[in-house]
Unconditional design. Structure first.
Length: 756
C-alpha cells in the first residue's frame, strides 16, 4: 500500500524526534530517585523494565525504592533478580544486606555484607555492619576477626579501633582490648567514648584509680556524658568515697534528669550512708517516672523499713508480692527480700536466678576455669574460703574458732580476702589459723578466679553470697571443681553455676525443702551456724550504766531496724502491755527510726519511754551488757542470726517463730542445737504465749535460764571443736561424691561428741 501523505508526514516527524532509549529513561528515573521523587522514579524504572526486563541496575534501584517505601518483600525480590543478572556488583549485595537486616534476618544479612566487602575491599561500612551483626548473634569470635581486618586495613580510624576493643573486651581478652582503646585515644585524644570504654575495662580489672582517671578524661572530652558520670559515681561509691560519688551522680542527673538508673543510684548512695530520708526521696522520684519498677519498689520498701516508717508499706509490699507471684522478670535485690513479709522460698529462688542471669550473663557463656569433673588425689584436701570479712565482723565472730580447731593434717586451708585491709585481732587470728592468706582486692573477678584455680583448690567455700561487698563474679568463673555456699547468705543463690552445694541443717534446710534451692543440700547434723567458744564476754555493767531502769523485766532484740515490721512490733507491744513495768531494749538505730518506733509504741498504747536504745559497742562489751536482759525476742520473717547466738552465748533465752524460708528458721536451729526447742513457736499466738509465760512466771523463767546455762557447755551449739569435725565430715562427703561423679543431698547423722 502506498504511503499516505499523512502517513508520510507522521513518519517524517518521528525521524526528527527519535524515541527515548531505555538507558535515558533509566538515567531520568535515577535522577528523580536521588531528588526524592519516588513516584516519578518508580514509574521510570518500571518503563525501563518493560522495555528491558533484564536491566539489572533498574531492578536493583527499584528494589532500593521499594525498601524506602517499606515494602521489604518486593525490595528483596527485585534486588535478588538484579544479583542473579550481575553477581559481582558490591552495591547490590550491600543493599540486599540492609533489606535483610531490616527484616531481622541477621545471618543472611551478614553474609550479604561480607560478599559486598569482598567485592569492594575498601568498603568499611559493610564490614563493620557484619561485625556488629556477629556481635548481636553472639558470634564474638567472628565479630573480632572482622573488626581486626578493619583495624588492620584502616589503622588510622579511631572508631574501628574502639569497636575492635569492645569486642575483645566481651571476649575477655583484656590486654588486647586495652591496647585497642588506647590506640583509638592516641588517634583521637578527645574521643570520649574510647575513654569511657577504657574506664569500664580498667574498672572490671579492679584498677580503680586508673578507671577513675579515664572516666574523668571522658567527661573532660564530653561534659554532657551522664553515663560516664554515673559510672564514675559507682566507682566512688565502691571505694566509700561518698562525697565524690554524690558530686558525680548529681552532675549526671543534671545532664539526664529523667534517667532512672542515675536517680536510683543517688538513692543507693544515701542509703549506704544511712541517710534514709534522702534515699527515700530519690527512690520515689524513680517511681514517679515509672511506678512499675519492681527493683525500685523493693529499695524503697527496704529504706522505709530502715526508718521504721510503716505508713503505706503494706501497699508497697503487696505490689512486690504480686510481682513475685506473677513471676516478674524484674531483677530484685534478693537479700532485701528476706525481710519482706509473705515471700516464699520459690519466689526467692526465682529472684536469685534472674539476678544471676543479669549480673553474670557474659561469664555464664564462658567455659569454667576448672573442669567440673576435676578430682585430684593428694594427702590433704585443699579448702578455700572466699570472703570480704576477714576482720572484726559477725562472720569472723562465728568462724574463727572453727578455723583454729581445724584438722591441719588432712586439710590445707586458703583464706581468700577481697575486703578491706584491716589488720585487727580477727584478721591476725585468721592468718595464724590457716596456711595461706591471699589478698585479692586488686584483682578482677577473672584474675582472682585464675589465682584460686592456680592454687588447685578442691572445695571453694563462698562465705558472702549476695551480702554487702560480695563478689560472686569470682565464683561464676568456676575456679574450683566444687563450690559451696555457706554461712554468710541464708538462702539460695538461684543458679547452679554459682555453687554446687549449700551447707545447712535439718531445721534451716530440711530435705523436703530441696526444691527451694539451686544448690544440692549438705546438712550438718545439728546447726549450720558455727560459734567461737573463745569469744570473751565483757564485764556486766549496772542497769544504770546501760541506760536501763532499776527494775522491771527486760525484753530485748538487737536486730537491725529493717527486720522490725508492724506485725512483730505490735506483738512486742502486747507483751509490754501484758507485763507491767517491763521494757523493750533495742539496738540504737537512726534518729528517725527511734522517733518512729516511739511513735508506733504510743499508737499501740505503750509509753514510748519503755523503749530503751543501746548504743553500738564492741563485741565483748556487747556480750557483757546483754546479760542485763531477761528474754530475747526474735524478728520475723528475717530472724536473728549472729544476734541470736550472741544472746544464747551470753546466757539469755530467745523466743523464736519458725517460718518457711532459710532466713526465718535460723533462730529455731540455734535453739534446737542448744536444747531449747520449746522456745520455738509455731505461730504468733504461740510466740506471745511462750514469751508472756516466761516473763510472768519467775520460777519457770529461772528453770529455762538454768537449762540454758547448763546446755551452753553440753549441747552442740557452742561445741566449736565438734562443729569443726562435723564440717570436715561434710567436706569428706562432698569429695566422695566428686570422686564417684554422683551428686545427691547429704545429711550427716548425729555423732556422740566429747564436750569441754
Amino acid at each position: 500500500m502506498p504511503i499516505s501523505p499523512h502517513q508520510q508526514a507522521v513518519s517524517s516527524a518521528a525521524s526528527e524526534n527519535p524515541p527515548i532509549s531505555a538507558e535515558e529513561t533509566f538515567l531520568a528515573a535515577r535522577s528523580a530517585h536521588v531528588s526524592g521523587d519516588l513516584a516519578q522514579a518508580e514509574q521510570g524504572y518500571r518503563r525501563v523494565l518493560q522495555a528491558d526486563p533484564v536491566h539489572a541496575d533498574a531492578l536493583h534501584l527499584l528494589g532500593v525504592l521499594q525498601a524506602q517505601k517499606k515494602n521489604p518483600g518486593e525490595a528483596e525480590r527485585c534486588i535478588r533478580l538484579a544479583i542473579a543478572l550481575k553477581n559481582d556488583i558490591w552495591a547490590f549485595h550491600d543493599n540486599l544486606a540492609k533489606v535483610l537486616q531490616e527484616q531481622g534476618r541477621r545471618q543472611e544479612a551478614r553474609e550479604a555484607y561480607l560478599r559486598a566487602a569482598a567485592l569492594k575491599p575498601d568498603h568499611a561500612d559493610g564490614l563493620v555492619a557484619a561485625a556488629f551483626i556477629s556481635t548481636e548473634l553472639g558470634d564474638l569470635q567472628q565479630a573480632e576477626a572482622i573488626f581486626r581486618v578493619c583495624a588492620e586495613r584502616w589503622p588510622d580510624q579511631p572508631i574501628l579501633q574502639n569497636n575492635w576493643g569492645n569486642t575483645l573486651y566481651e571476649l575477655g581478652r583484656m590486654a588486647e582490648a586495652e591496647a585497642a582503646f588506647r590506640r583509638a585515644i592516641q588517634l583521637a585524644p578527645d574521643y570520649a567514648v574510647a575513654h569511657y570504654n577504657l574506664a569500664n575495662l580498667l574498672g572490671a580489672q579492679r584498677r580503680l584509680d586508673e578507671s577513675i582517671a579515664s572516666y574523668q578524661d571522658a567527661v573532660r572530652a564530653r561534659p554532657a556524658y551522664p553515663e560516664a558520670l554515673n559510672n564514675l559515681g559507682n566507682l566512688y561509691l565502691d571505694l566509700k568515697q561518698f562525697q565524690q560519688a554524690e558530686a558525680a551522680y548529681l552532675k549526671a542527673h543534671e545532664w539526664a534528669p529523667e534517667r532512672i538508673e542515675i536517680i536510683t543510684n543517688l538513692g543507693n548512695l544515701h542509703s549506704e550512708q544511712k541517710r534514709y530520708q534522702e534515699a527515700e526521696t530519690w527512690y520515689r522520684r524513680s517511681l514517679a517516672i515509672n511506678p512499675h519498677l519492681g527493683h525500685e519498689q523493693l529499695l524503697l520498701s527496704y529504706c522505709m523499713r530502715q526508718m521504721c516508717a510503716w505508713d503505706g508499706l503494706d501497699l508497697l509490699n503487696g505490689s512486690i508480692r504480686q510481682r513475685l507471684a506473677e513471676r516478674t522478670e524484674d531483677v530484685l535485690e534478693t537479700l532485701q527480700l528476706f525481710s519482706e513479709p509473705g515471700i516464699d522460698p520459690g519466689q526467692q529462688l526465682h529472684a536469685g536466678r534472674l539476678k544471676i542471669l543479669k549480673d553474670f550473663a557474659p561469664i555464664l557463656q564462658q567455659p569454667p576455669l576448672v573442669a567440673p569433673r576435676t578430682c585430684r588425689t593428694r594427702s590433704r584436701l585443699r579448702i578455700g574460703y572466699l570472703s570480704a570479712d576477714y576482720h572484726e565482723h559477725a562472720t569472723m565472730h562465728l568462724l574463727l574458732g572453727v578455723l583454729e580447731q581445724r584438722d591441719a593434717v588432712h586439710y590445707e586451708t586458703w583464706l581468700y580476702s577481697f575486703g578491706p585491709d584491716l589488720e585487727d585481732n580477727s584478721r591476725k587470728r585468721a592468718r595464724l589459723a590457716c596456711e595461706h592468706f591471699i589478698d585479692l582486692r586488686q584483682l578482677s573477678d577473672k584474675a582472682a578466679a585464675e589465682r584460686i584455680a592456680s592454687d588447685e583448690i578442691d572445695i571453694l567455700v563462698d562465705l558472702k553470697g549476695y551480702t554487702t561487698d560480695s563478689r560472686l563474679g569470682i565464683s561464676a568463673w568456676r575456679p574450683a571443681p566444687v563450690i559451696v555456699s555457706w554461712l554468710g547468705y541464708p538462702g539460695t543463690l538461684g543458679h547452679p553455676r554459682l555453687a554446687d552445694y549449700i551447707i545447712g541443717d535439718p531445721v534451716v534446710t530440711p530435705l523436703e525443702h530441696a526444691s527451694h534451692f539451686s544448690e544440692t543440700l549438705a546438712l550438718m547434723p545439728h546447726c549450720y551456724q558455727p560459734t567461737d567458744a573463745k569469744r570473751p564476754i565483757g564485764r556486766k555493767p549496772s542497769r544504770q550504766e546501760a541506760g536501763l531502769p532499776p527494775s522491771g523485766f527486760v525484753f530485748c532484740s538487737f536486730n537491725q531496724a529493717f527486720k522490725i515490721n508492724p506485725e512483730t512490733f505490735s506483738l512486742w507491744c502486747r507483751l509490754l502491755d501484758a507485763i507491767p513495768d517491763s521494757i523493750l531494749w533495742l539496738l540504737e538505730h537512726t534518729p528517725v527510726a527511734r522517733a518512729n518506733l516511739r511513735k508506733e509504741a504510743a499508737v499501740r498504747g505503750i509509753d514510748p519511754a519503755r523503749l530503751v536504745f543501746a548504743k553500738w559497742a564492741s563485741q565483748p562489751e556487747h556480750l557483757g551488757r546483754i546479760q542485763l536482759a531477761d528474754l530475747a525476742l526474735d524478728t520475723f520473717p528475717y530472724g536473728s542470726h549472729t544476734t541470736g547466738s550472741d544472746a544464747l552465748w551470753a546466757g539469755i533465752p530467745l523466743v523464736s517463730l519458725r517460718g518457711e524460708t532459710f532466713a526465718s528458721r535460723v533462730s529455731a536451729s540455734l535453739l534446737c542445737a542448744v536444747g531449747l526447742e520449746d522456745l520455738v513457736a509455731s505461730d504468733w499466738d504461740d510466740y506471745f504465749s511462750i514469751a508472756r509465760r516466761l516473763a510472768a512466771n519467775p520460777a519457770e523463767y529461772r528453770a529455762v535460764k538454768e537449762r540454758l546455762q547448763a546446755n551452753r557447755l553440753s549441747k552442740p551449739l557452742f561445741d566449736t571443736a565438734g562443729f569443726a569435725r562435723d564440717l570436715e565430715r561434710i567436706y569428706q562427703a562432698i569429695w566422695r561424691q566428686q570422686q564417684t561423679g554422683n551428686r545427691g543431698p547429704i545429711a550427716l547423722t548425729q555423732q556422740t561428741r566429747s564436750h569441754p
